[in-house]
Design a protein around this ligand. Structure first.
Ligand SMILES: [Zn+2]
Ligand SMILES: [Zn+2]
Length: 516
């Protein structure tokens, strides 16, 4: 088995525990909603007629993906570095043991220490294979210099020495409580030793203005997260730190393969090749990104109810996709302009398609596309029932951007838009008396300006028509702030200003005049 293969243990599902009413109220025949009584959760599935989504899936499947030439078995059989690959695979396995044992101090202590020790042995085994290389020393020394220059990697070496010669790491468990009531990382946050954690009421009491406090109570999410932190590494959550270190060593191992003229091991999630996003993940495996979400407890402040949102990867079903293509009168092969390398061409193609689907269905799902250049590499259906969920969902989407190494994102949705009312600064557009409804597609990219296409939705009894398509450039797309952050891109000042000046906020069916 390929040392880097990873089971799809983080599959996407849409689960919402608090808003069954809203979901079924929208009456989407295309969503199957099953209530899991025991967990009081909703599972939103896209069958049988998630046709819009299926059709787009067909398009994406039709675009070329990086082929995994080397099967896992083949890589293993003929790879002279298989001892190194295998040991790196052991690190991955131990890392998951630490993740699983996170809430059991003993098992976390043992497995995280084992992970750190095992990680160190990967380079020892590599050094023992130096005879395979024609010019090992200068190549390896340049890597050593590079890794020694990183404080985190020096810490890993010291930590391993400490574990083997002195005793345990001094890891402490903390609870971080944080309020998320915007797309920016600005919420009040506190971190206290787990045994001292009482209640988050303090946090909420610390909010200064009345208007913001009201907003937080209506739309805010309280996130409570357990974190292990080591005394001498205070800026990192320990499991995350080890994941980052794994990534650096994995990059070294990949480069060792290239030195020998070999194809580096591919990253498989299930049977899908996910090697492509490796650079943006810093060599980490997709499962090592956003792992904190899984052990966060998110509470919707308005109701005190727990929230759990996961997106769902759409399963391909050719037959249904073909039916959908017929229904909308579309040719799956003719939608994405394969010759135009600009992501805006993809935006145009998608919006034209969305208009056709909307005209047939009278509604449009909220769908996010991850792009590499102009080419969609993945899509997610986002099921958003409450405003506050968007804060979480956009952060999760940002993690997917890192996992896939995406450099563009398009979100297709219906939005509300309304004039900003300074006497009511936190009001959503959806709640405004004079609001307008649009079909919208927003493109953001790693380096370009945001582009949005819009068409006014005019409803007349049961009938529905769309206005002309208009294109807007460089609008503040506040909801995409977490994605800009994932790209290491500064949030434009205009976006912060728009937070108080009022702007369309269009990542879901609920636009807002302001989106703190
Ligand atoms: Zn994994
Ligand atoms: Zn190998």
């Amino acid at each position: 088995m390929d040392a880097l293969a990873c089971l799809p243990h983080r599959g996407w599902r849409v689960v919402s525990r608090h808003s069954q009413k809203r979901a079924s109220m929208r009456g989407c025949s295309r969503l199957w909603i099953q209530s899991t009584a025991a967990r009081q959760s909703l599972t939103i599935d896209t069958s049988p007629s998630g046709q819009q989504v299926l059709l787009f899936t067909e398009f994406i499947r039709g675009t070329p993906m990086r082929g995994s030439e080397m099967t896992e078995g083949k890589h293993e059989n003929r790879c002279p570095l298989s001892a190194v690959d295998r040991r790196l695979g052991d690190v991955h396995r131990h890392w998951h043991e630490a993740e699983r044992g996170y809430f059991d101090p003993e098992s976390f202590r043992i497995s995280i220490q084992t992970t750190i020790q095992t990680l160190r042995t990967v380079t020892f085994i590599l050094q023992n294979n130096k005879r395979l290389f024609t010019d090992f020393d200068p190549w390896y020394e340049s890597w050593q210099d590079r890794l020694r220059a990183e404080p985190l990697m020096r810490w890993m070496v010291d930590a391993r020495n400490k574990i083997e010669k002195q005793g345990d790491l001094e890891a402490h468990s903390f609870v971080r409580a944080e309020i998320m009531a915007s797309y920016y990382e600005e919420g009040p946050r506190m971190e206290v030793p787990a045994e001292l954690f009482q209640s988050p009421a303090e946090l909420i009491n610390g909010i200064s203005t009345e208007a913001l406090r009201k907003h937080v109570f209506k739309d805010g999410i309280l996130r409570i997260q357990r974190r292990w932190v080591e005394n001498s590494l205070p800026d990192y959550e320990l499991l995350d730190a080890v994941g980052i270190a794994y990534g650096k060593v994995a990059e070294l191992v990949a480069d060792a393969h290239r030195q020998l003229g070999l194809e580096p091991p591919s990253t498989m999630v299930g049977d899908i090749d996910r090697t492509e996003g490796e650079g943006s993940r810093g060599g980490r495996l997709p499962c090592m990104i956003g792992h904190g979400d899984a052990r966060s407890h998110d509470v919707w402040i308005a109701t005190g109810q727990p929230m759990a949102i996961e997106s769902r990867a759409i399963k391909f079903d050719r037959e249904s996709a073909e039916q959908a293509a017929t229904k909308y009168g579309l040719d799956p092969k003719g939608i994405f302009p394969s010759t135009d390398p600009a992501p805006e061409a993809t935006l145009n193609g998608l919006f034209a398609t969305a208009r056709k689907m909307f005209s047939v269905d009278g509604h449009h799902d909220t769908i996010a596309f991850l792009l590499k250049g102009a080419r969609p590499v993945n899509l997610r259906q986002l099921a958003l029932q409450e405003h506050g969920e968007k804060y979480l969902v956009m952060r999760m989407l940002a993690n997917e951007v890192i996992k896939y190494g995406a450099d563009g994102v398009i979100i297709l949705s219906e939005i509300w838009s309304a004039r900003y009312d300074s006497s009511n600064p936190y009001r959503r557009a959806a709640d405004a008396p004079e609001r307008e409804e649009f079909l919208s597609a927003i493109l953001v990219t790693k380096t370009g300006i945001p582009v949005q296409q819009l068409a006014l939705i005019m409803r007349d009894g049961d009938g529905v028509t769309l206005g002309e398509t208009q294109t807007l450039r460089d609008q503040p797309q506040i909801a995409f702030a977490p994605i800009y952050a994932a790209w290491g891109r500064a949030i434009p000042n205009a976006w912060f200003e728009a937070t108080t000046m009022g702007a369309r906020d269009a990542s879901s069916g609920e636009g807002t005049t302001t989106s703190v």
